[in-house]
Design a protein around this ligand. Structure first.
Ligand SMILES: *Cc1c(COP(=O)(O)O)cnc(C)c1O
Length: 354
């Protein structure tokens, strides 16, 4: 490969590996935590309405209609809201704006694997704080000198949630460090810290419409925080891409918050399916970590995770396996529709000798 024009920074990068998106008929795709239900019909109608002559114009650079909706949904001012092209982009800007060049940013040893990637991209020194043996987060472990803390709540890929009191203790115990809570899965059963951003200027909450609002394909994420933090993010965004959200994304995202009934109904269905799936997997001998997300993290005492993932794939069921220390025998399984979950269980009944 000809990489002679690559900068030293790019040569050293270890990019994130997204879960695969195979196009295959009859596939049960439980590998990237997508919502098994489609978006609200009102979202689709709004996108269709927005697809017109107006596309010749640039979108509003700050996606003002969406900011207004998010601010009112979370009882905040629009100056406390930042929006981006998926929360991955929001997180990238967070690393650039607040962590770049710093020495000691903390995150769990088992967590969203994009964080170390951003550290490479933005030259961030970091330390991984080991999770407890039961894969929970111990807040006291973050009582050490640091230049910032980032963690998902619920954590990924474990699905384990920290109660809001734990998040607040992190924020209070580290008044001179920014605490970023990545709430990609919060709607599936954890407590959001969004209600605390008015009170603490060192707390930033990041959310996405990709999971609980079924809009991974639209690419919309946002951050809530003190206006000084939002201003910092805007500076990065306006030095990078003035129009990260296109007109269709803005229209679809706004409409999503206008159909709260659909949101609740699909979310509740996923939570109910998760509980059934967790029970059924436990009955088949799996250890199932307590999940507050739309996926479950499981391991079987007798079968290596990589083998199980391969055997499931042979039956057209794909789940996520991470070949990483401490979790190499786990599978992260997205909660699907009742039918998808049943196909998984039926396949396991063939794979695992009863
Ligand atoms: C899915 C996910 C994201 C990214 O979501 P997008 O908004 O689709 O970019 C961020 N953080 C965690 C922990 C996730 O699992």
């Amino acid at each position: 490969m000809d990489n002679r024009f690559w900068s030293a920074r790019v040569l050293a990068l270890e990019p994130y590996e997204p879960g695969e998106q195979p196009r295959m008929e009859n596939l049960v795709k439980l590998n990237t935590n997508e919502n098994p239900y489609g978006p609200s019909p009102r979202v689709l109608a709004a996108i269709r309405d927005a697809a017109g002559d107006n596309l010749r114009l640039y979108p509003p650079p700050d996606a003002d209609p969406l900011k207004a909706v998010l601010a009112s949904y979370h009882n905040l001012d629009t100056a406390q809201v930042f929006v981006g092209n998926g929360s991955d982009e929001v997180l990238a800007h967070v690393f650039q704006a607040f962590f770049a060049g710093r020495r000691q940013v903390l995150f769990p040893d088992i967590t969203y694997s994009f964080y170390p990637v951003y550290c490479g991209l933005y030259d961030v020194g970091h330390r991984r704080v080991p999770l407890n043996g039961d894969f929970s987060i111990r807040v006291e472990d973050y009582q050490q000198p640091n230049d910032g803390i980032i963690l998902p709540n619920p954590n990924a890929p474990t699905g384990c949630a920290l109660p809001l009191t734990g998040i607040e203790r992190l924020v209070v115990n580290n008044p001179d460090a920014l605490v970023v809570v990545d709430e990609a899965y919060v709607d599936f059963g954890a407590e959001s810290a969004a209600g605390l951003v008015d009170q603490y200027d060192n707390l930033l909450v990041v959310q996405t419409l990709s999971k609980s609002r079924s809009l991974a394909g639209l690419r919309v994420g946002f951050a809530l925080g003190h206006r000084g933090l939002i201003e910092g993010l805007e500076r990065v965004k306006n030095s990078f891409n003035s129009y990260p959200l296109d007109q269709l994304a803005i229209a679809g995202a706004v409409a999503s918050f206008a159909d709260e009934a659909y949101f609740r109904q699909t979310r509740d269905a996923i939570i109910a399916s998760r509980e059934v799936l967790a029970r059924e997997l436990a009955a088949r001998g799996f250890e199932v970590l307590p999940s507050a997300a739309n996926f479950i993290f499981v391991r079987h005492p007798d079968y290596p995770g990589a083998d199980l993932a391969r055997l499931l794939r042979e039956r057209k069921i794909i789940v996520r396996h991470f070949a990483k220390p401490r979790i190499e025998n786990f599978l992260r399984i997205t909660v699907g529709t009742t039918e998808q979950n049943q196909r998984l269980l039926t396949a396991l009944d063939v794979i695992l000798p009863g």
